[in-house]
Design a binder for this molecule. Structure first.
Ligand code: ADP
Length: 272
């Protein structure tokens, strides 16, 4: 059943238009070489900086199946490896996303890996070194990874309160690439490619973002991401007044502090 579903997804993937991704550094080159050398990759950076879009783009370029798992504090090795389920009068084994990717040679993307439970890190250990194998303890078997299998994880090192770190011993199992905000020209281009906003408005949105990003004294946990700008551009594209679009898509998601919101709204009103 799984195989059929997977094959179908693969076909659709193959026929699909390439996702738009604007390269901002050497990440494409690094990914291609890491893939060739079968090295796992860690994409580091704040939310909304294009990590997920990048991996979608690379999977499409390499014509590989991409399986994404958004990790959260309950994500366990069982969720990744697989479990027995009851089907009618029988118990049947169901491979999890990691096992499927290991067997079929797909790319497994563990989004926000640091959020997952520690047993996830233990489960991927033997896949991140020369062994490239997965031990399935519930079945008592070890599966050798398919030649094309690749493990990619993302990690946001920027959380300030209650953040989860990634242990140095885990980090050192990955080639790591940093994602930051694109330069103004590239970011404006992303906005005009992702939405039908005018070049002039795209530039203004980027100027607003740059201004807020430089206000480090506000102590925001996370600052304006490209994602927020794309959202604002979409609202403008659909006809929402520009200032309101910026208030709700850029300023409000940043903080709940009423005074800071008011100050940022005023600042944005002057700019757009
Ligand atoms: P992350 O995974 O880092 O949280 P995403 O990949 O989901 O971020 O990016 C959020 C949105 O921002 C994307 O849907 C896309 O519209 C836009 N984006 C950010 N960076 C880029 C980029 N380099 N090229 C194209 N789109 C981008």
């Amino acid at each position: 059943m799984y195989t059929n579903a997977m094959t179908m997804k693969k076909v659709i993937n193959g026929a699909k238009k390439a996702p738009y991704y604007k390269s901002v550094g050497k990440e494409v080159e690094v990914f291609e070489h890491s893939y060739k050398q079968k090295l796992p990759i860690l994409l580091k950076g704040p939310t909304g900086t294009g990590k997920s879009r990048f991996i979608e783009f690379m999977a499409h370029q390499l014509e590989k199946e991409l399986i994404t798992v958004s990790c959260h504090e309950e994500t366990s090795s069982t969720d990744l490896i697989g479990r027995y389920i009851i089907k009618g009068a029988e118990t049947v084994w169901l491979d999890g996303p990691l096992t499927i990717a290991v067997k079929t040679g797909g790319i497994l993307y563990l989004d926000e890996i640091a959020e997952a439970r520690p047993d996830v890190i233990v489960a991927i250990h033997s896949l991140t070194d020369h062994r490239r194998e997965l031990f399935i303890d519930k079945l008592g078997i070890t599966v050798k990874a398919h030649e094309d299998f690749m493990l990619v994880a993302s990690f946001n090192p920027g959380y300030q309160k209650g953040f989860k770190e990634l242990k140095p011993s885990t980090r050192q199992r990955f080639v790591a690439v940093s994602f930051a905000y694109p330069n103004e020209k590239s970011e404006a281009e992303i906005l005009t490619k992702e939405t039908s906003v005018t070049e002039k408005d795209a530039k203004k949105l980027v100027q607003i973002a740059t201004k807020i990003r430089n206000l480090t004294e506000l102590g925001l946990t996370e600052t304006v991401s490209t994602r927020l700008l794309v959202d604002a551009a979409k609202l403008i594209e659909s006809g929402l007044p520009k200032r309101l679009a910026v208030h709700v898509a850029v300023v409000e998601p940043l903080t709940d502090d009423i005074e800071v919101v008011a100050a940022l709204n005023d600042l944005c009103d002057l700019m757009i």
